[in-house]
Design a protein around this ligand. Structure first.
Ligand code: ZN
Length: 577
């Protein structure tokens, strides 16, 4: 017994030292191409994969070891290079990037060191089962039912859904460990992986045995995916992703029925007819507004149903997976505005891609219920990112400066920033330059030309006389936090024959500048003008009104602000007479 224990520990130290001796750089290689034959067997809940992957060494040193990771419920069968079997050590690696909370990691000794910028091909084979598993969530205390509403990926006879990186590593990846216990870690690891894979391609040949019954419908968010129904006893599809971009490859297989409209195809489960029709109608109605702003769709939006009404929706490009159980037209409208924008205006930059899809939701609400409805919606989102901004204010000057770049909209992997804050930034830009200028700028946008971070700024700048450099500096290229406006003073002068001229000074106590609306209220009416107040500065504006002014309000809610308790200025006594 003693001996065995000793032996175990010895091996344990040995294997640890083998791994650390090579000082593994798990993120050295970018997987530039995948060519995979995927066999899905719903009856057995099994997945079997054979194929070729191409790895490029993007580190600065030659690499003799490659790390390949798949979900812990899958096992490595073989890894070859140039027809020769390669030696590899397979070990579990804890990481919340997979729903099981663990990866099956193959540490592969390559025949020769791969020089920086060089590539190498590996032939790989792995297989196993993919069942409902939410270990990564339950082990940090998430109640089981809530955990399964988030991690609903599985292979089963009724319903198969496999989302890729971040959910189930059903194709090989290579990342440092990610932990859900540490708030930012998973988003950062995922962000780095997706950034590396932006230009990578994927081909998927998917085979599913059909058996006796009706062949299920397959939905894949690939660039193209022709399906060849029933060849022999199998159902085949040949799918290609021209570039992975920020798309998470996802495969869905179920007995769906379809509502096919010009803007959207809605794939729904039996019994969900009413909700599916509600969604398709909302999307059809929305389509002209989205095209007017973002152009014609570049691909058709696909919506697929999730059986459990509590399941969390998932989106990847123009594919949306969501429970089609609600018949609320407003909820459908909000989701459709977002989804159709993705189909019309793809971007590799999350703040543009997601920011505009959320901005489109605000446009939809404005279209339905006026500007106030849109501002109220943005206010809900604002609380999400205000907390992140508040944390930053406590930092030292040096770390804040570094963070300004890291957390900027062009660099951040923080969803609250590239979704909610970006939406507010787009709304402010729209208020500054006007609808027509912004629509024209969008019409001149080509996703392939979006190489420089300033690309979109130049497109908008070309449509307006206004200087936008300072705005992009404060809100996009750097994260200078939020403004904090305060009406410092207001002087009223009576003008002839009967009118009042106010000279109003607005202070911005925050470090980000903005163009902000300012409203002067008087008995029976109000006048609104806009003024620019840069960070830590004052702005002065003159406003003429016909009746004695009573109150000044800076910011109608369209500019995200740190503190809104000091935005109202009452004009009392002499000044109001
Ligand atoms: Zn989106």
């Amino acid at each position: 017994m003693k001996f065995r224990l000793l032996r175990f520990c010895f091996l344990c130290i040995l294997s640890a030292s083998v791994v650390s001796a090579f000082s593994l750089d798990r993120e050295a290689f970018t997987f530039t191409s995948y060519d995979l034959s995927v066999r899905i067997e719903p009856e057995q809940q099994r997945l079997g994969v054979r194929g070729k992957i191409t790895l490029r060494n993007d580190s600065t040193t030659p690499q003799k070891i490659a790390v390949l990771q798949i979900s812990s419920s899958l096992d490595w069968r073989s890894i070859r290079a140039g027809g020769k079997l390669l030696q590899f050590v397979s070990q579990p690696y804890n990481s919340d990037i997979d729903h099981t909370g663990t990866l099956s990691e193959a540490i592969v000794t390559l025949p020769d060191a791969v020089a920086p910028k060089s590539t190498m091909d590996l032939d790989i084979a792995y297989e196993g089962i993919i069942v409902l598993d939410a270990t990564r969530l339950t082990r940090i205390g998430t109640p089981e039912s809530a955990a399964h509403s988030t991690d609903w990926d599985q292979i089963s006879t009724n319903f198969t859904a496999l989302r890729g990186v971040g959910y189930v590593a059903w194709y090989p990846i290579a990342t440092e460990d990610a932990s859900l216990a540490d708030g930012k870690s998973l988003a950062e690891v995922l962000g780095r992986w997706k950034m590396r894979e932006v230009a990578s391609t994927m081909r998927l040949q998917i085979a599913v045995p059909t058996g006796e019954g009706e062949a299920p419908e397959l939905v894949v968010n690939a660039t193209t995916c022709p399906v060849t129904h029933e060849v022999g006893q199998e159902f085949l599809a040949d799918c290609t992703y021209r570039s992975l971009g920020w798309v998470v490859p996802a495969v869905v297989l179920a007995n769906y029925e379809v509502i096919d409209r010009s803007a959207i195809a809605v794939h729904f489960l039996r019994g969900h007819d009413a909700s599916a029709a509600n969604y398709a109608n909302a999307a059809e109605k929305m389509s002209p507004l989205i095209s007017e702003w973002f152009g014609a769709p570049r691909s058709k939006a696909q919506t697929t149903d999730l059986a459990d009404p509590n399941d969390a929706p998932f989106e990847s490009g123009p594919l949306l997976l969501t429970p089609l159980t609600s018949t609320d037209p407003k909820l459908a409208g909000l989701a459709a505005a977002h989804q159709l924008t993705h189909a019309a205006f793809p971007s590799l930059r999350p703040w543009i891609n997601e920011g505009l899809a959320h901005f489109a939701q605000a446009l939809y609400l404005e279209h339905q219920g006026g500007r106030r409805a849109a501002l109220d919606y943005m206010e809900l989102h604002r609380s999400a990112f205000s907390a992140a901004e508040g944390e930053r204010e406590k930092q030292t000057t040096a770390s804040r400066s570094e963070d300004e770049v890291k957390q900027s909209l062009i660099n951040t992997s923080n969803e609250e920033l590239y979704r909610s804050k970006a939406m507010c930034v787009w709304w402010m830009l729209r208020d500054m330059v006007g609808d027509q200028a912004l629509k024209k700028a969008f019409a001149s946008y080509h996703p392939d030309e979006n190489k420089e971070p300033s690309y979109i700024q130049h497109l908008i700048q070309a449509q307006t006389q206004k200087d936008l450099e300072w705005f992009f500096d404060d809100w996009v290229y750097r994260d200078r936090g939020l403004p904090d406006f305060k009406v410092e003073s207001a002087f009223t002068r009576k003008t002839l024959p009967e009118g009042y001229m106010l000279t109003i000074t607005v202070t911005n106590l925050g470090t980000a500048g903005a163009e902000v609306p300012l409203t002067v209220k008087f008995a029976g009416g109000e006048v609104t003008q806009r003024l620019v107040v840069r960070g830590k500065s004052n702005g002065v504006i003159r406003v003429e009104v016909l009746k004695p002014p009573e109150e000044i309000v800076v910011n109608d809610g369209s500019v995200p602000e740190r503190n809104k308790t000091n935005n109202v200025f009452k004009i009392e006594g002499e000044a109001a007479k």
